[in-house]
Design a protein around this ligand. Structure first.
Ligand code: FAD
Length: 522
């Protein structure tokens, strides 16, 4: 009989937990070492990286880090902790590439599982000849990085359909959220492009699930914030890979024209292959930077285009093609662009390989790392804003709460969920078309100015207040809350199913405590 021991209705108080006050419990350590049969290693020393993440704001030291070599290492560990019962403090957090923002992959005094270690011991299996299940797919480790999947898939002439803007993230990490980028309007997020998962539940059971088999677990785990199971393998749908990409940026002075064009593009099946956009508020010299990699159609006129002191909207689009289309692609693009209403003379085009296009953020990462600006605090805020409210949102935020966009990119682009699988745990606004608005700020550690952590957090708070007070019905993406009441509101009508699944698949609330949705009873 399963003991139901997770606590509902608690408030997470960050101040009550400090990683420095933690002292390892010798009894627990000895007991773990004695009882666990592992192919890999359980380390009590090599643990410090597991208390860090990309957000660089939360640091909870685990008790140990498991470096698994097999799925049974993970299932043995979880089952062992489950058998300890509700009186044990131990929790377990799978850690992908640790690019969470608020400690979501951390486990204070618990065990963190280094999922990339598992990936080193698991093969990528390709099924691309159509003999099996009709759709080409790759069977990969949950700890695999998307960049590696891209490189390996290309060797077979294939590639996944749906991406994130940055590829140095793991399969398990993005599938626990959604995985949204400029392809999602056509293919849905990454959670819609997976047709089988292998999962270790909170009791240590290894379960294979699909839409048809163990479907409740399958849908629960996708977008499930790591609450119901640890993804150890996933079947990712593939398509024949393009070779080259025409990557285009055009500018708008007017928000209504910008969003009208974005919405037109995402309603078509034959337009561009990637549709995103961003907001530029009072930026200096940005177009000059672009000119090194993007060719302006009319450089003389483009030079006269002033961005300083203005709020400007940039539509970012891409068309994929193969070498054999090289003679027709320009004509095709010209015809697609002719339906848009961007400002004359603001057309910038770049021609890159498919890999260069998909791995574009890594280039910025390397530059920022060189300047010591990658490992700074990242107080990001990601919102999903319903189409009917996006103008009100823009009116209140751009130029008012945010008077410049120098702290980091502000992405804004629509998606249409009418063709998505909406049975997953992912939470979206009710309207089919909604915008992803991502404030991707970097804070300067010793600053007291506009780029200080304090100032950016206060801006984020004001943006959230606008959404709340004006009832904009937004939802957070990569959500972060401190109380269960807030989580309940976030999930809305999906909350009941979420709690039911937690009781069913992780009844002791062992898994992924860093999301702070449920607390293990102790
Ligand atoms: P981690 O940070 O290691 O883990 C994230 C969460 O998933 C944690 O709660 C963890 O416990 C859990 N988890 C990890 N592995 C597993 C597993 N195998 N099974 C179950 N749970 C697991 N997101 C987008 O959607 N679109 C984007 O374009 C995008 N761009 C980004 C760009 C950058 C530079 C960064 C830093 C993040 C971006 N993200 C984007 C967000 C990113 O998708 C999430 O933060 C993702 O969770 C990070 O993956 P990770 O492997 O680092 O996961």
């Amino acid at each position: 009989k399963v003991v139901i021991a997770l606590i509902l209705g608690y408030t997470f108080d960050k101040n009550k937990i400090t990683s420095t006050t933690y002292l390892p419990n010798n009894e627990t350590i000895t007991s773990l070492i004695k009882h666990l049969k592992l192919d890999g290693d359980l380390s009590f020393d090599n643990i410090h990286h597991a208390s860090k993440d990309f957000g660089n704001r939360y640091n909870f030291l685990p008790l140990a880090v498991l470096y698994p070599k097999s799925v049974s290492d993970i299932s043995n560990l979880v089952n062992y902790i489950f058998q300890m019962g509700p009186t044990s403090k131990l929790t377990v957090a799978p850690r992908g590439h640790g690019h969470s923002l608020e400690g979501q992959a951390q486990a204070h005094q618990g065990v963190v599982i280094n999922m990339e270690s598992l990936a080193k011991y698991q093969e990528m299996d390709f099924y691309v000849d159509g003999n099996y299940k009709n759709t080409p797919f790759v069977d990969v480790s949950g700890g695999e990085l998307w960049i590696n999947i891209l490189r390996e898939s290309l060797k077979h002439g294939f590639a996944p359909k749906s991406w994130t803007d940055y590829l140095h993230l793991t399969v398990g990490g993005t599938l626990s959220n959604a995985g949204i980028s400029g392809q999602a309007f056509r293919h849905g997020p990454q959670i819609n492009n997976v047709h089988q998962l292998q999962v270790v539940t909170g009791t240590g059971e290894v379960v294979t699930c699909t839409k048809e088999m163990n479907s409740d677990l399958f849908h629960g785990v996708l977008g499930g914030l790591g609450q119901f199971g640890i993804i150890t393998r996933a079947h990712i749908t593939l398509e024949p890979a393009p070779e080259m990409v025409k990557w285009i940026k055009v500018l708008y002075m007017d928000f209504a024209t910008f969003t009208k064009d974005q919405e037109l593009l995402i309603s078509s099946n034959t337009s561009f292959d990637y549709v995103e956009g961003f907001v530029l508020i009072n930026r200096t010299g940005l177009l000059n930077n672009w000119r090194s990699s993007f060719k302006s159609k009319d450089p003389v006129q483009a030079k006269r285009f002033v961005t300083e002191g203005k709020t400007i909207y940039c539509l970012e689009i891409a068309k994929y093609y193969k070498q054999e289309d090289v003679h027709t692609i320009d004509q095709k693009i010209e015809s697609l662009l002719s339906t848009l209403n961007y400002n004359d003379f603001t057309l910038f085009i770049s021609e890159v390989s498919y890999v260069e296009f998909l791995d574009r953020v890594h280039v910025s990462e390397l530059k920022l790392q060189e300047k010591g600006l990658w490992d700074v605090p990242h107080p990001w805020l990601n919102l999903l804003v319903p189409k009917s409210k996006i103008h009100q949102f823009a009116n209140e935020v751009f130029g008012k709460i945010l008077t410049d966009s120098s702290n980091g990119p502000i992405l804004i682009y629509p998606v249409d969920k009418s063709r998505w699988n909406t049975k997953t745990s992912m939470v979206t606004p009710k309207e089919n078309v909604f915008y992803l608005v991502a404030f991707l700020s970097s804070a300067m550690p010793s600053s007291t100015g506009t780029d200080s952590l304090e100032n950016i957090l206060s801006q984020n708070k004001r943006i959230l207040e606008v959404c709340e007070n004006a009832n904009l019905e937004t939802k957070q993406y990569l959500p972060h809350y401190n109380t269960q009441e807030e989580w309940e509101k976030h999930f809305g009508s999906q909350w009941e199913a979420f709690v039911r699944r937690k009781f069913r698949y992780d009844p002791l609330a062992i898994l992924t405590p860093g999301q702070r949705i449920f607390q293990k009873a102790i």
